[in-house]
Structures are given as structure tokens and as C-alpha cells.
Design a protein around this ligand. Sequence first.
Ligand code: ZN
Length: 454
Amino acid sequence: MKVYNTLTRKKEELKTIKKNEVGIYSCGPTVYWNQHIGHMYAYVQWDTLVRLLRYLGNKVTWVMNITDVGHMTSDEDVGEDKMEKGAKREGLSVWEVAKKYEKQFLESLRLLNISTPDVLCRATEHIEEQIDLAKKIEARGFTYQTKTGLVYDTAKFPEYANFANLKLTEMEAGARVEVDEEKKKPWDFLLWVTNQPNHVMKWPSPWGEGFPGWHLECTAMSTRYLGNKFDIHTGGKEHIGVHHTNEIAQGYGAFGSQTANYWLHNGWLTFEGAKMSKSLGNVVLATDLKEKGFDSLALRYLILSSNYKQGLDFNFRNLSVAAEALVKLKAAAGVPGEGGVIESVKKEFLEKMEDDLSTPEAIAVVWKMVKGEYKKEDIKATLLELDKILGLKLAEKEEVKVPEMVIKLVEERNKAKKDKNWAEADRLREEIKKRGYLVEDTKDDCKIKKIMLS
Ligand SMILES: [Zn+2]
């Protein structure tokens, strides 16, 4: 299999450390708020990579972190701790916020049929490992101490700028006001943060009571579960410049070499061209899809019809198209009778997938088969086989279910009609329409039809 490695800026043959074994670490969610479908984009793609590697006969260990401490509102040391921000917003404790949004994340994984990672590890439960790692980095002379904490001295790692092609001179000129004025360079970063009297989550450490810097957890937990050297590290492309650059620096500091051999980065899911964000009011959650009458796996299909590196511009029109495509595939996978897997199709499908996870091309191979002249039973058998990688649950019957809210509105409208309250009936028809359904009156009843949402 070939993958695009950000480390070398090349598509390379994936050579694993141990034969037929792959260790993968994926940067996981910061559980201070809902994980929307923009976040879930990455996890669908990496899950498909994991499924593919398993299908090809590898023993895969997939590790993902849950960030529940230390992530500032900026990815650098600047700003407020995201967990504390979430706690203030909701009037909950930081621990309750973490629990609430971890649950929301796990439910989103389930709705999108994303395999549960083999290890799902919380930063707050690996404080000891993080302190140990910081001690190693300190012992090898890569740190200095300030009043704010233990700082990574990037001057000791001359290759610091290489991974992201950082222009350090320009960065120095444009640097923001620092939280820690004693830092030698603006991009030096905190491994351990001390002297923050208002911070709720605190642990004792050799540098004083405090909490870990955000980048430390990923290096500490990836190496804890996969070894100091492992195969693949994934994350969003926004992590290249700061988070992964700092992780690589930490690896060199502690072990004298970078931790992962392959660094894979996904593009973003945008909503009609804009980044999905609370402030723009365009946030969509996996749970919202069902309420709008969509099979949540239509989103999985839509995500896989985009290339992981390119990302996807989401809207409800392309989700509708994806939903229809999924219904057709399920119909083809649901014909009666038993057939055999069409080996030539499987081979072509795998060739596309093994070429840096080219899912759009692999899905095109599937459609070529569905529309091709094969026995229906063989198409079915092949679809079900390839679905082990696609994860679309093609064997499951589609459930066409009108949301309860819509049913309630239809009932209210029926009553208004009976009472000859036509204005109210018209108002309710509009309410129903807003939820994506059209009511058509028949002689003594009515029919509900789903309409295209935009
Ligand atoms: Zn990370």
C-alpha cells in the first residue's frame, strides 16, 4: 500500500516496522464541546484506513486520545484552557464537561459506523506518563524552566522548522504577545504549565504543581501504547505547523528520533464553503442527520466519495444525492440468492484503496460493477465483501422513518383540517416543510413525502 507522507512530502510504499502489524495513532477530540460532522470527517477516513489494513491481513492497533486537559483555545500556549471554557459556559465542572462530550463523541462514532479504537486514552489518566516523558526530554538537555513552567528549547533541535517548512524569521516578526515572556523564542512551547492559580485541574510534578502542555499527551500516549517507534500518526492538516511539529520535537528530545514513520493528514469538511463553527451557526452533528430524516451512513458514503487529503464541501443537496446512492447500493446488496465475489472487481477496488486510500476511485469501481453485466447475486456478494472496508452496512435494510416531530405536526394539522381551521392547517404545512417533508392531501387523509433539503 502507498500513503502520502507529510514527513517526506511524497507518496511512499508503507513499510511497517513489524511484518503484517500496523500501529496507528490518531489525534482525537478535545471533549469541551460537541464534535460536529466537520470533526467526524477525519475519523471516518482513518477508520476506513484501519479497516483496509485489517482486510489486507494486518494486525492493526489503533490508538486514539481524548484530550480532557491542557488544550488552549489556540493550538499554541496562548488563550484559555478549552475544558475550563466549556465548564464556565455550561455551569458544570471540567470533569462533567469531559464526560458529557466524550459520550457525544462515542455516539457519533457509532452513528457513522466508525470502529472503536483499540485504545481510547484520556490525557488526565496518563499524567504520570506525561511527566516521565517531560523528564526524559529535560534529562537530554532540551528544556529550560521559566516561572510559567518547563519549556521545550527548540534551539536544541535544529530541524524544528523542517516538518512544516516553517519560516521562523517571519514568525518571530509577527509573534503575538506571549503568556510566558521568559520564553527564548515564540515557538518554544510549554511541556508543563505551573503557577496558574485559577486552573482547576492540577497535579504535582518535579517543576511544581500544574498541568501538561497539550502536545505532550500525544507523544506520551502514542509511545506508551505503540512503542517509541511506530508506523502511522494521523491528524488534520491544521496540526502540521504546531501540534505535530511539536510532537516531532518531543520525540527527538526524548528518544533522539521522531516517533512515527508516516504522518498522514486529512483535509477539512466545510459547509457551503465555510468552516463549520458555532459562531457561524452552521454546526451539524451526526445526531441531527437522523432528525432531518437522513440515514447517518449517507454521510459516511458522502465522506468516502471525497479524497481524505482534499476534504469535502458539505451541503444538504450533496447529502441527499449520497443518501439516494446508498439506497441503490443497499437494494443491489439485498437481492435474494447467493453468489460469488467477482475477483476482478475486488482486485481493481483494492488497487484504488491501496493507492493512498483513493476512496472516490474505489467507489467508482463499485458503481461500474453495479451497472455492469454481472449476475445480480455476484454483485451482491461483491458488495457485501467490499463493505467490510467501506463500512456502509449494506446488508442492513433501510429504515424509512419519518421523525416523530413531523408525525406530531401532521396529526395537529389533521385536527386543524377537521376543525376547518384552514389558516392553522396552512401554518402547520409550512412547519412540516421546514423540517424537510411535504404533505399532500388525499380524499380523506394525507401523504407525507420527503423533499430535497437545501
Ligand atoms: Zn495530537
